[in-house]
Design a protein. Structure first.
Length: 200
């Protein structure tokens, strides 16, 4: 599988850091209050309740429902974008080809090109059951990933050059110097697929 895009990884780290800091700060505050280290009582603690005087006036303000709704919508959109970025795994759709300029743009469907390479591998060898393919951003590098699934007893030495040739043909066809490839050969075992050999 492809790695999560850098932007999503960075967001995950920031959120994790903020959540960790909030938990540490909250724990330290409760501990300090419980031990009597706080000189003042900003929240008017009593033995049975905690009071926030400012919250009543804030929630009762006329602008509060609109502000709460806007914050909720913004958080929902951020969560949706975050989820979609994780589910897609940095998959690349359309690529702009060399030669594009002010007069027009040349584009290629990266997924369709990778699928053609996968079909070529499957058609070339009877011992290749199927082949999955995609073009992804992996740690900032654009990579065409081909994953042939081999029958048990397949000749890995014979399949490897076929898969490599199809991958190299795909890179040449797309014509992007920033595109590389990764071939992951898998051997089918019952209903499972077990990684057996990797070709770079």
């Amino acid at each position: 599988m492809a790695s999560t895009p850098r932007g999503v990884v960075a967001l995950d780290r920031v959120v994790t850091l903020l959540a960790g800091l909030a938990l540490v700060a909250g724990g330290a505050f409760v501990f300090a209050w419980h031990q009597g280290y706080l000189a003042k009582d900003p929240f008017r603690f009593t033995a049975t309740q905690v009071s926030f005087p400012w919250m009543t006036s804030t929630v009762g303000a006329s602008w509060w429902p609109w502000a709460a709704g806007a914050i909720g919508v913004a958080l929902a959109l951020v969560a949706l974008i975050w989820l979609v970025r994780h589910l897609t795994g940095g998959r690349v759709g359309t690529l702009t080809l060399p030669g594009s300029g002010a007069q027009g743009a040349l584009r290629v469907d990266a997924g369709a090109a990778a699928a053609a390479a996968a079909d070529e591998i499957t058609a070339a060898r009877d011992d290749v059951r199927s082949c999955r393919s995609k073009v992804v951003l992996d740690r900032g590098q654009m990579v065409a990933v081909l994953e042939p699934v081999l029958e048990q007893g397949a000749d890995l030495a014979a399949v490897t050059p076929v898969a490599r040739a199809s991958a190299e043909k795909l890179v040449r066809m797309v014509g992007r110097q920033d595109l590389t490839y990764r071939v992951q050969l898998r051997v089918a075992r019952r209903e499972e697929q077990v990684t057996h050999h990797r070709v770079e």
